[in-house]
Design a protein around this ligand. Structure first.
Ligand code: CP
Length: 255
């Protein structure tokens, strides 16, 4: 049940389920009986009563899975809830990073990752920070002060130039204008003038670039870098299928 739009997460979960021999019911939430006033709780109770083996949920509200857990009996997988978490995204990001360093016969442990952009509004960042810390990477958060998290435990800087020579991985984030209460920039070009990742910035550095998608071209990343072999965005998308197969196997496909 995806109550927010999705390209990568929805499609890769569907592919993962089909790769594992499963069947998918995709509730078209825009055409569901919620438009007639049915609550999300009743919607979930009804879908659950069809003896489904698991429920994959994306919703704009943080904590929606914990709330629905009171009403349904099958396992639930978080496909992104509000600002809270996007766990399978963090796993696919970590897999992409691991594959890169495996190829170089190195370990990701101790490597430095800069997460750049709208950190406070990003569930990708919050899940990523948790997982990269668990995997003993060093996380540095790069953003203008109004996009910065309040956590004191993580190194934070305002300018990319301050850390670009020391990091191994850059993860750019989309500026989540749909989650801003007020318009922050007159134009995203103002934001991009300081935070867009450009060829000029990364030069020939031994660095990889990640982005969860969707990309705002020339705002988050310069278009020419999307073709650069250091840009791992499409590898992330492929990792997403394998990670989601693995998550489904662990939590749902127990036979
Ligand atoms: N990364 C991500 O969650 O993309 P979608 O919103 O397209 O699923």
């Amino acid at each position: 049940m995806f109550f927010e739009n999705s390209t990568r997460t929805l499609s890769s979960f569907e592919m993962a389920i089909k790769n594992l021999g499963g069947k998918v019911i995709k509730l078209d939430t825009y055409k569901s009986s919620m438009s007639k006033g049915e609550s999300i709780e009743d919607t979930a109770i009804n879908i659950n009563s069809m003896k489904i083996d698991g429920l994959i949920i994306r919703h704009k509200y943080s904590g929606i899975l914990q709330h629905l857990a009171k009403y349904i009996t099958c396992p639930m997988i978080n496909a992104g809830d509000g600002l809270n978490a996007h766990p399978t995204q963090a796993l696919l990001d970590a897999m992409t990073i691991k594959l890169h360093f495996d190829n170089k016969k190195q370990t990701m442990k101790g490597k430095k990752i800069a997460i750049i952009g709208d950190i406070i509004n990003s569930r990708v960042a919050s899940s990523g920070i948790d997982l990269f810390n668990k995997l003993e990477m060093e996380v540095i958060l790069v953003s203008p002060p109004h996009f910065q998290t309040v956590s004191n435990k993580i190194k934070k800087v305002t300018f990319i130039e301050d850390i670009i020579d020391e990091v191994d991985v850059i993860m750019c984030l989309r500026t989540q204008i749909e989650r801003h209460n007020n318009q922050i920039y007159a134009s995203l070009k103002d934001y991009a003038s300081k935070y867009c990742i450009t060829k000029e910035l990364i030069k020939d550095k031994d660095i990889i670039i990640l982005h969860p998608g969707p990309v705002n071209r020339n705002i988050d990343i310069e278009v020419s870098l999307l073709e650069d072999k250091r840009c791992k965005i499409l590898s992330q998308v492929l990792s997403g299928v394998y990670i989601r197969m693995s998550v489904l196997n662990k939590f749902i496909n127990k036979s």
